[in-house]
Design a protein around this ligand. Structure first.
Ligand SMILES: C[S@@+](CC[C@H](N)C(=O)[O-])C[C@H]1O[C@@H](n2cnc3c(N)ncnc32)[C@H](O)[C@@H]1O
Length: 286
């Protein structure tokens, strides 16, 4: 088997990506083709984690009936569903640069205003919302500080800006076993531990740089049971996110080797239980 090709191929996919939003052409190195996947694939891959995370995150942000709220980077709607259950569809707006995800939320949640756009250029007037939330999005923004600044701008004074990202750098994210296996086979592979906000203290630092002072930081933890190793692994073959892009970049032989390496790190038989922890920051706008 030849050298591991993942690094070049993955970053090739991520090099530069342009898309047409409500505000014209935008560019991002991370709003990449990896999220140009079906809503079903995303929900099978990460939705299993982001769905149980959503009520914890919305609760932390104090989302309650009577508020008008914005879901930034809504994906196929894991958090949007939770927000609708708390405040009603007419009081929820969502922003999402992936056309397939935006369409999925429009179909799934009629009544929610869904805008095809990135966080860095939100098409809303100053102070429109009581709260703006971004669940598992900041680390994929092309400019996280600008994205958070925009979330603060569209939130009324005294309102809530909240964001959470997996603790990829601390090895507590839902993909920790996968990236461990990758690094054992391919020590130079680019994993997700270098992304914005995923290491301790960095999310609060991004909030401060965005003018969102006194951010309170905590962690949110979910536990997910996969029926078997096969079910756990199959999700990585769907092409979603950096992990899916990495697997897609491998030859069949390298893919088999990676699967076997993952098997050495996880239970051989029975269910696979994964505990996943996210950093979560909240700040009141001034
Ligand atoms: C890991 S998914 C999270 C989706 C959803 N919030 C959830 O919790 O399931 C990351 C999402 O961020 C979106 N995204 C990427 N870059 C973005 C940006 N600059 N602004 C807003 N959303 C972005 C992606 O299209 C994708 O839907």
């Amino acid at each position: 088997m030849g050298p591991w090709p993942g690094r070049v191929a993955v970053w090739g996919l991520y090099a530069a990506y342009y898309w047409r939003s409500d505000q014209g052409w935008c560019a991002s190195k991370f709003a990449s083709v990896s999220f140009d996947v079906s809503a079903g694939s995303y929900l099978r891959f990460m939705g299993q984690y982001s769905e149980p995370l959503a009520p914890l995150f919305a609760g932390l942000a104090g989302i309650a009936d009577g508020q008008r709220v914005l879901d930034v980077g809504c994906g196929p709607g894991a958090l949007t569903v939770e927000l609708v259950s708390r405040v009603g569809a007419a009081s929820v707006s969502a922003a999402e640069p992936s056309a397939s995800f935006a369409a999925a939320v429009r179909e799934r949640l009629p009544g929610v205003e869904v805008r095809h756009t990135a966080a860095e250029r939100l098409p809303f007037a100053d102070g429109t919302f009581d709260a703006a939330l971004a669940q598992l999005v900041v680390h994929f923004m092309a400019d996280p500080v600008q994205g958070l600044r925009e979330m603060g701008r569209v939130t009324r004074p005294g309102g809530m800006v909240a964001a959470c990202v997996w603790d990829h750098a601390g090895g507590r994210g839902p993909l920790a076993a996968f990236w461990s296996a990758v690094r054992q086979l391919d020590p130079v592979a680019e994993d997700e531990s270098g992304l914005a906000g995923v290491r301790e203290g960095h999310l609060a630092s991004l909030f401060t740089q965005a003018g969102l002072d006194r951010a309170a930081v905590t962690t949110l933890t979910v536990r997910v049971r996969h029926a078997s190793f096969d079910e756990w692994w199959e999700r990585f073959t769907l092409g979603v996110g950096p992990a899916g892009a990495y697997v897609a970049s491998l030859s069949p032989g390298h893919r088999t080797a990676l699967r076997e390496q993952c098997q050495r790190l996880l239970p051989l038989a029975g269910p696979v239980d994964i505990t996943a922890t996210a950093w979560a920051a909240t700040s009141r706008t001034s």
